[in-house]
Design a protein around this ligand. Structure first.
Ligand SMILES: NC(=O)C1=CN([C@@H]2O[C@H](COP(=O)(O)OP(=O)(O)OC[C@H]3O[C@@H](n4cnc5c(N)ncnc54)[C@H](O)[C@@H]3O)[C@@H](O)[C@H]2O)C=CC1
Ligand SMILES: O=C(O)C1=NCCCC1
Length: 331
């Protein structure tokens, strides 16, 4: 009999001395994940972080470890456990010149054995954008008026910019997306891709033009110094800030950070790594999980910032989701 038939493991099954382990490709991840599934899973992860490790629906979220490697690269290690989802994993992210990829190792939550090795880039993209979308919907709820279509600025034209535009269009029907990128041709290419997906998108030539009157701003670049000034941002707008993830980096100017109410995915991770908060001495009002749980009511009509650090628990719930959906396909 073909060993694959006997393994019961989804994806490409590899026999280890501790049982079958699945190798799950990027293609399979993209095939089984939908925005609604990822939004729901990331919500449970964020709530779990804010509930803490001792709650029955809590999560365990250690700090990310950075391992500088010989030469010019580094390895980032991102573990996480979400009890509600039986999701225990570690993401290993390789950041080397010309090579920037991640792998998620998913473990059986009670037996400890390795269940799957999953290519991690698609999960990283979708769960990061989902966290931003969840924060945005809490802090900048969809307006009742059907006449109002949110203006959404996206700074950057890379992987995160693309998924942020897509998830914003998914959550805010009729949203008008504006893309700014350092290279205008990259912004144009993303605009064409989004339009081909039925999303209303246009490019802007400057950051200031992109964010003018915008209701929602997504900073999705590799910038290490501030590219967004407070004076350009409409009072009451919401900003998702997902980059500048080192204590000495910044992507928003002090005026913006100081004028806004600030939320994060993890207080602990933000105080360890978010230069926008560390360098400005800004106060974190609440974790977004506390808002999702109804433990904190966001103020109305204030400018808000979601400082996203990226958490291993977000990867864990998505990895579990992918594995379970692939398993269901084999049954
Ligand atoms: N918070 C989170 O959970 C996560 C955050 N990130 C962060 O998101 C950011 C974007 O990541 P990806 O889209 O995967 O990268 P990418 O390489 O696909 O795209 C980066 C974009 O930023 C632009 N860029 C680079 N330096 C710039 C600068 N100084 N000024 C303006 N634009 C600049 C590039 O031209 C490109 O358009 C990075 O800062 C990354 O560290 C990525 C994954 C998760
Ligand atoms: O959360 C992730 O995944 C991250 N990816 C790139 C930079 C650090 C955070």
């Amino acid at each position: 009999m073909d060993e694959r038939e006997t393994s019961g493991a989804p994806g490409v099954a590899i026999r280890s001395s501790h049982g079958w382990v699945s190798w799950v490709s990027e293609e399979d991840v993209r095939r089984v994940l939908t925005w609604d599934l990822v939004l729901a899973a990331v919500r449970r992860a964020l709530e779990g972080v804010s509930r803490g490790p001792n709650h029955p629906s809590g999560a365990v979220q250690p700090l990310r470890t950075h391992v500088p490697a010989a030469g010019r690269g580094q390895m980032l290690i991102m573990p996480g456990f979400v009890n509600e989802d039986a999701a225990l994993s570690t993401k290993v992210l390789q950041v080397f010149p010309g090579f920037h990829h991640s792998y998620i190792f998913l473990f059986h939550p009670t037996e400890g054995r390795l269940q799957a090795m999953i290519e991690g880039d698609a999960i990283t993209e979708m769960r990061t954008a989902a966290a931003s979308a969840l924060a945005t919907m809490e802090l900048h709820p969809v307006l009742e008026s059907e006449a109002h279509h949110e203006i959404v600025a996206v700074l950057g034209a890379g992987k995160q910019a693309c998924v942020h535009a897509q998830v914003m269009a998914h959550c805010y029907k009729g949203a008008k997306i504006r893309i700014w990128a350092r290279r205008p041709e990259a912004a144009e290419a993303l605009v064409l891709q989004l339009r081909s997906e039925g999303i209303c998108a246009e490019s802007s030539t400057t950051v200031q033009e992109a964010v003018k009157d915008a209701d929602i701003i997504n900073i999705c670049t590799g910038a290490a110094i501030s590219i967004l000034k407070g004076e350009w941002v409409k009072p009451g707008a919401h900003v998702n800030s997902i980059g500048a993830l080192r204590p000495n980096c910044q992507e928003m100017d002090e005026a913006l950070v100081k004028s806004a109410t600030i939320y994060t995915d993890s207080r602990e991770q933000a105080l360890a790594g978010a230069g926008d908060i560390i360098k400005t001495g800004a106060t974190i009002t609440a974790e977004i999980g506390e808002v999702l749980l109804g433990q904190h009511a966001p103020p109305k009509n204030c400018t808000t910032i979601f400082k996203s650090l990226g958490l291993g628990v977000q990867d864990s719930v998505c990895a579990r989701l992918v594995y379970d959906r692939l398993l269901a396909e084999t049954e």
